[in-house]
Ligand binder design. Structure first.
Ligand SMILES: NC(=O)c1ccc[n+]([C@@H]2O[C@H](COP(=O)([O-])OP(=O)(O)OC[C@H]3O[C@@H](n4cnc5c(N)ncnc54)[C@H](OP(=O)(O)O)[C@@H]3O)[C@@H](O)[C@H]2O)c1
Length: 262
């Protein structure tokens, strides 16, 4: 029997990979797509197989023309209906002032974080609409809620993405498609993204200082629990927006405040 598919666009060892494992544990066929690390992709797929689940891996560069469109159509034709899609591409380039943010970086951020989501919805939603159901979970970041010095490209792309999620939800919720925007308000224990951006030494220092037993870095396995829950809500009480942060972090809307009150 064909299993329902969870399709993860942007599946590294962090949130993407953990969401794949969580859904595969419940009987989904996890279809994982990522851009450059074939060995990392194979490792994730193998781990799911070892645990008795079903998984398939795909290498794509989502900014290339027709890449998302072709992959979604192939999965729908050959693997099964995409019941849940997870859009997990980020656009963080680290803090860069206005003058040091190039036109190319700004445009690339938008292509990955905003236009990529638009393209995914355009190819996937007709399939979901025909079935009268489907879920699109969109991983997001603090930058979707608040601009900041050095975040010109990232915040513009993520803010646009949040508005796109609202627009998609407005058109498609009544047609059975649940769109949910998940604000990850803090650093994630994610070796393939934050780890690569910081470099091994700084990442391990951050992990020992904030992560591990301190639980001050967002754990991707814990995020995956929330994704599974979101995808299985009753349609009379869907969450559009969820924000997740570590107990050790202030929410994006707070300032440090009076230290005497801590
Ligand atoms: N990491 C954080 O601290 C943090 C904080 C707040 C929000 N977020 C959000 O979390 C999401 C990412 O989750 P994560 O950080 O845990 O990462 P992850 O799931 O471990 O990995 C994401 C994967 O996306 C893939 N990717 C990047 N560009 C791609 C492209 N053009 N085409 C196809 N695949 C591509 C990369 O694959 P390759 O490695 O193969 O190139 C990467 O491994 C993003 O939406 C980001 O905004 C992350």
């Amino acid at each position: 029997m064909t299993k329902p598919v969870v399709f993860i666009l942007g599946a590294g060892a962090g949130i993407g990979g953990h969401v794949a494992k969580r859904f595969a544990r419940e009987g989904y066929h996890a279809c994982l797509a990522r851009r450059s690390d074939r060995a990392g992709l194979d490792r994730l797929v193998d781990e799911i197989h070892q645990a008795g689940g079903l998984a398939s891996g795909f290498m794509i560069n989502a900014v290339e023309e027709d890449s998302i469109e072709k992959l979604v159509t192939d999965i729908e034709s050959n693997m099964g209906p995409i019941t849940v899609a997870v859009f997990n591409l980020g656009a963080q380039i680290g803090d860069r002032g206005l003058a040091s943010t190039t036109l190319k970086q700004f445009e690339m951020g938008w292509r990955m974080a905003t236009f990529g989501l638009f393209r995914l919805a355009q190819v996937l939603f007709p399939f979901m609409q025909q079935r009268g159901q489907g879920t699109l979970l969109v991983t997001s970041a603090t930058a979707a809620m608040r601009g900041n010095a050095g975040q010109h490209a990232h915040a513009a792309a993520m803010g646009g993405r949040r508005m796109l999620c609202q627009s998609l939800s407005a058109q498609f919720a009544s047609k059975g498609i649940h769109v949910s925007h998940i604000v990850i308000d803090g650093a994630v224990d994610a070796p393939d993204t934050l780890g690569k951006m910081l470099g091994e030494e700084r990442f391990q220092a951050l992990r020992s200082q904030k992560g591990l037993e301190h639980d001050g870095l967002v754990l991707p396995s814990a995020v995956a629990e929330s994704y599974y829950y979101l995808a299985h809500q009753h349609r009379s009480a869907w969450t559009f927006e969820l924000d997740l942060r570590s107990h050790a972090d202030l929410a994006w809307w707070n300032s440090p405040g009076n230290p005497d009150l801590k």
